[in-house]
Design a protein around this ligand. Structure first.
Ligand code: SF4
Length: 208
């Protein structure tokens, strides 16, 4: 299970999540660990919002032996109002406190991982802008409305739900899925404000 957790501070958590209770999250983590369910924590650090939570998040993850991944904020929809703390700045903060970061090979999703001198957990980074990883992308996304998106950051896709309602055969649907894969965009254009095919829905609406 991947947990989104952007801070440990109770009040800030309530503010960021508009009413959330960190104690319930921590209880959920303990219960999942009791059942031996593997967990990962995903944190998005934003300038002026939760920068002070970087070390508390690492301490929490390390104490609970859960790998932690920092996801760089992507400038989409309301997220454009905030500024990301970039991977290199996070690494500087981490190495100052915990010692050297050594990159390790973990072939698992878009994150690249580090072992840190004085931490027992792995720290990962998913940095769509500062360390673009589209060249290795093998992802498609199927939204809750049935839209198959070849790239998270394009406003294009094919609605499989509509096709199913039209009694299109399985073979035809398979051909459409293959075609979507073969025409997968090479990379996102998040850094280009003027790019016309850019997805601008919030990440929560496209399953991010
Ligand atoms: S190609 Fe699209 S979905 Fe794949 S990593 Fe890049 S932005 Fe994400």
């Amino acid at each position: 299970i991947n947990l989104s957790l952007d801070c440990i501070d109770k009040d800030l958590f309530r503010e960021i999540t508009r009413g959330g209770d960190i104690d319930k999250v921590i209880l959920g983590i303990k219960l999942a660990q009791k059942e031996n369910i593997p967990l990962k924590i995903n944190s998005v650090i934003m300038q002026g919002i939760n920068e002070k939570e970087i070390i508390p998040l690492i301490e929490f993850a390390n104490d609970n032996k859960i790998d932690l991944r920092f996801i760089e904020l992507m400038p989409m929809n309301v997220a454009k109002n905030f500024k990301a703390v970039k991977e290199d700045d996070l690494k500087a903060i981490i190495s100052k406190k915990y010692g050297a970061l050594k990159q390790i090979d973990v072939f698992e999703g878009p994150a690249h991982y580090y072992q840190v001198e004085n931490l027992s957990i792995k720290i990962g980074f998913i940095s769509a802008l500062s360390h673009k990883f589209c060249a290795n992308c093998n992802r498609l996304r199927l939204t809750s409305t049935g839209m198959l998106k070849p790239c998270l950051h394009y406003n294009s896709g094919v609605n499989l739900n509509d096709l199913l309602k039209k009694n299109v055969t399985d073979e035809e649907i398979l051909a459409i899925i293959k075609d979507t894969i073969y025409h997968k965009p090479k990379n996102h254009h998040l850094e280009n404000e003027a790019f016309s095919q850019k997805e601008d829905k919030s990440m929560s609406l496209i399953g991010g």
